[in-house]
Design a protein around this ligand. Structure first.
Ligand code: IZC
Ligand code: ZN
Length: 427
């Protein structure tokens, strides 16, 4: 990764969306409409950090005497936002599942396909077979595309190994991508994504294996910060999920849950009881579960691309926000239920399918997404001393980002003060 060598000065943004003011906790309720926009905005980036933020006049004044040192980017007529953050991906995998897509279009369901040995099991076979180089190359391509869409940090889950050796392989590939790629990664261990065929007849024995063997080793090698489980009928029960998440906590892994995606199953309730960092999906969360999430301050990571791709009704983002739950958005990038890297498209679906406003989806994909991976102090807003991760979109205001849908508006992406995308191309 390149280091910033001289100051970078972004000037005259028609809107500089700073999202200032919630580095310590995610935005909720009405705060989710507050973007803290500066018109004719300007940012001074130095040593990989944000050093000055304000109107162009204010920043020019603060940096007078040094103006000649900086490389200037003129953002006139453009929108500048924090780098987008994707808090829920299954980035590292091999192969693809377009055959299942075709089956689903003919009426097969996601769960039927999985029960017949496809779904997660198909990707697990492909990922187990793939060597590290192949996995790295396939995942890097996706990460490049994330970056081209303005995403500067992603969470990446394991869960296509489902044996100690292959889970470690996936997590090591993610660690290497974090080291070598401009996009930052944070890893989640998801050994409890599904019980693999060799444990089909005794899923509790697989849960023991996750708890006794995989979690301690992943934690010992410091390969993950979070621990996630697919809590769904036919996958892991709430009781099994609780055991797995509590075991993770004993080893310092913070809980996340795939909750109430296909049917109401007590996932939201469990997330609240256990104090999960996030509860993800929530298409079918109960009213009581939603109230409990709000009370416990658990972040709802909503994945409307998954609902779209599975032809299901999306989670009720409006209801969650109005109930006081902090909401974040994510692609859920994975080969089965959401093979996309376009977080801006997900934001558009947030507006059209979940009742969220253009301001709320921007909060959900930046500062709240950062909190959903415990990085709210470091990224997700344009504030002094935060990491210099920014996107310049070729639209004059934030509403056009969702309004002109299906187009990648990211023009320039800056990672830790270094330009990594310019004119919509990787540098
Ligand atoms: O590969 O199908 N829902 N996990 C839970 C997934 C979707 C990923 C997959
Ligand atoms: Zn997922």
């Amino acid at each position: 990764m390149q280091k910033q060598t001289k100051p970078l000065w972004i000037r005259h943004a028609s809107q500089l969306v700073t999202l200032a003011g919630s580095s310590h906790q995610p935005r909720t309720g009405k705060q989710m409409e507050q973007l803290a926009i500066i018109e004719d905005g300007s940012v001074w980036l130095e040593d990989g950090r944000i050093r000055h933020v304000g109107t162009d006049r204010e920043v020019a004044e603060a940096c007078r005497g040094r103006l000649q040192e900086a490389e200037i980017i003129d953002a006139s007529g453009k929108l500048v936002t924090p780098g987008l953050v994707d808090p829920h991906t299954h980035l590292v995998f091999a192969g693809s599942r377009e055959n299942e897509f075709a089956l689903r279009l003919k009426g097969a369901t996601y769960m039927e396909i999985m029960r017949q040995g496809g779904g997660i099991h198909a990707t697990t076979s492909a990922t187990r077979r793939a060597d590290r180089e192949t996995l790295y190359a396939e995942s890097k391509r996706r990460l490049d595309q994330f970056l081209l869409h303005g995403v500067t940090m992603v969470e990446a889950k394991s869960g296509y190994g489902l044996s100690l050796e292959s889970e470690l392989k996936q997590l090591e590939v993610a660690a290497r991508l974090h080291q070598t790629h401009p996009v930052d990664l944070v890893s989640t261990f998801m050994g409890a994504h599904a019980a693999p065929p060799e444990y089909k007849d005794d899923p509790d024995r697989f849960v023991d294996y996750v708890i006794d063997v995989m979690i301690p080793e992943v934690a010992r090698r410091k390969l993950a910060e979070f621990n996630d489980v697919f809590c769904e009928r036919g996958v892991f029960t709430p009781e099994q999920s609780r055991r797995i998440l509590e075991a993770g906590l004993r080893h310092g892994l913070l809980p996340k849950i795939h909750a109430d995606e296909i049917e109401p199953y007590g996932g939201a309730e469990l997330a609240a009881e256990i104090g999960a960092v996030s509860a993800d999906h929530l298409l079918r969360a109960s009213d009581e579960g939603i109230a409990m999430l709000a009370e416990a301050g658990v972040i709802a990571v909503l994945l409307p691309g998954t609902a779209f791709f599975l032809m299901a009704e999306a989670a009720n983002g409006r209801k969650l926000i109005d109930a006081g739950v902090p909401v974040a958005l994510s692609t859920d990038c994975n080969p089965g239920s959401s093979p996309t890297v376009s977080l801006p498209l997900i934001m558009n679906l947030g507006c059209l399918k979940m009742g969220m406003t253009p301001a709320e989806v921007l909060v959900a994909a930046t500062i709240n997404a950062a909190h959903a991976i415990r990085r709210g102090h470091e990224i997700g807003s344009i504030e002094v001393n935060k990491r210099a991760d920014l996107v310049i979109f070729d639209v004059p205001n934030y509403m056009q980002l969702q309004y002109h849908y299906g187009v990648n508006h990211a023009d320039t992406v800056i990672k830790s003060g270094v330009k990594v995308v310019e004119g919509g191309r990787l540098l």
